[in-house]
Design a protein around this ligand. Structure first.
Ligand code: ATP
Ligand code: MG
Length: 391
């Protein structure tokens, strides 16, 4: 009996209908190959509505492979199982029994669930389930069928080949990375912005990061921390491109030329100008920030309005309606939290006012900015001097 241990990878089919579907599936195949390449010699093959990972040598450490696959955006989850080239019902029955005996632990109830995408197959799904269920019952002691709440569901899928599995390991979901266009994400070293970046990447947006630092007021270690965050994000996205933009001259210029209580607003606007310039270079169509309404002084609606007023492209703020605790939980889940809380200085916290304005008037800010005749040149220079890292 020819059967092989394989991983059956499920992806979000509904979101991927239409012309782009082939492209999305290719992206998933490439991402899987890349993520498991270091683990051995594997093929990824396309099945109807599934991707199948198989080993060239027959060995497969599923515990190591599954988390690496489940980290890929667009993947719903992975089922370790077996594949049968011979779809004859007697062959499936025997394999199902063997699988059942091997993977059954203390379960006392089961059901067989059949999905048949091979419409030429001579039996319908319910007939296959009934036949296999009966065969298992005949050959196993202390086991009952429970169709409503079975302790074990044995799934049989009849596609180009037949597959048997019982466990499902849930993946990230979302859309294949790069399938929803491009954006530039403003990444500080804090907790919020890496989470915001991850969330947009999960929706298929290809993101490049921009980090603003002000040496010598912010140190090399603060920059390394942001690079480390970029590396963590790259475990999901493949590579992560990070621009590190020197903002010292700009911050000193603002310090001399704008009222102290408005420094933060002007700094944030300058960040937006710079990020947009990078977005044009990257052929990106939007920005991403980690702003969350009400979290800090500059994140009142009036503050966000005054910052947003300089943006000509959409600014995605996926955390805007989230509480801090929810963001922290997510940061832990995706693995950025421990790095984010390392205590290095942040350019937003140097030269800040004791009492920053919390309800700035956009018209007033715009008026003051008109007098800042060197502002755009300083921003251009900073962008030109950016270091670029491929992480
Ligand atoms: P975070 O946790 O992401 O640092 P925060 O709660 O500290 O955010 P702010 O300081 O108001 O909030 O920053 C709001 C957003 O502005 C950040 O989420 C990020 O997108 C962007 N930002 C702030 N500082 C920087 C920086 N030094 N470099 C790049 N982007 C920044
Ligand atoms: Mg911060």
């Amino acid at each position: 009996m020819e059967k092989e241990k394989v991983l059956i990878v499920k992806y979000g089919e509904i979101a991927m209908r239409g012309n782009n579907r082939k492209l999305f599936v290719t992206k998933l195949v490439n991402a899987i190959r890349k993520n498991i390449d270091s683990e051995g010699d594997f093929y990824v093959v396309r099945e109807q509505g599934r991707l199948i990972v198989e080993s060239r040598k027959g060995e497969m450490d599923t515990e190591r492979l599954i988390p690496k696959i489940n980290r890929i955006f667009g993947i719903l989850g992975v089922c370790p199982g077996i594949r049968l080239k011979d779809k004859n019902i007697e062959n499936i029955e025997k394999a199902a029994l063997e699988y059942f005996n091997k993977y059954r632990e203390s379960e006392k109830t089961f059901k067989v669930l059949t999905k048949r995408s091979d419409k030429q197959y001579p039996m319908i799904s319910n007939e296959v389930s009934a036949e296999i269920g009966a065969y298992i019952l005949e050959n196993c002691k202390d086991i009952k069928v429970d169709v409503h709440k079975p302790e074990m569901t044995l799934t049989v899928e009849i596609r180009n080949d037949a597959y048997i599995f019982s466990k499902f390991y849930e993946g990230c979901g979302g859309l294949p990375y790069g399938s929803s266009g491009k954006a530039v994400s403003l990444i500080s070293g804090g907790i919020d912005s890496p989470v915001a970046t991850w969330m947009m990447a999960k929706r298929g947006v290809e993101v490049s990061g921009v980090y603003f630092h002000s040496p010598p007021y912010t140190g090399e270690r603060a920059k390394e921390k942001v690079k480390d965050l970029g590396r963590i994000l790259s475990e999901y996205t493949g590579v992560f491109k990070l621009y590190s933009v020197p903002f010292t001259e700009l911050q000193l210029y603002l310090l001399e030329n704008v009222p102290e209580d408005k420094l933060t607003i002007f700094l944030k606007r300058a960040m937006m100008y710079a990020a947009q310039k990078i977005a044009y270079k990257e052929h990106a169509d939007g920005l991403v920030t980690g702003e969350s309404v009400g979290q800090v002084a500059s994140q009142t609606m009036q503050g966000i309005n005054a910052i947003n007023a300089v943006c000509t492209m959409p600014v995605l703020r996926p955390l805007s309606g989230m509480d801090k605790q929810e963001i922290v939980d997510m940061a832990r889940k995706i693995g950025t939290f421990e790095t984010s809380i390392l205590p290095y200085e942040d350019c937003c916290t140097i030269f800040v006012a004791k009492h920053p304005e919390t309800r700035p008037k956009t018209s007033v800010i715009n008026k003051i900015e008109k007098r800042l005749d060197k502002l755009q040149d300083i921003i251009d220079k900073a962008v030109d001097e950016a270091e670029i890292f491929e992480l």
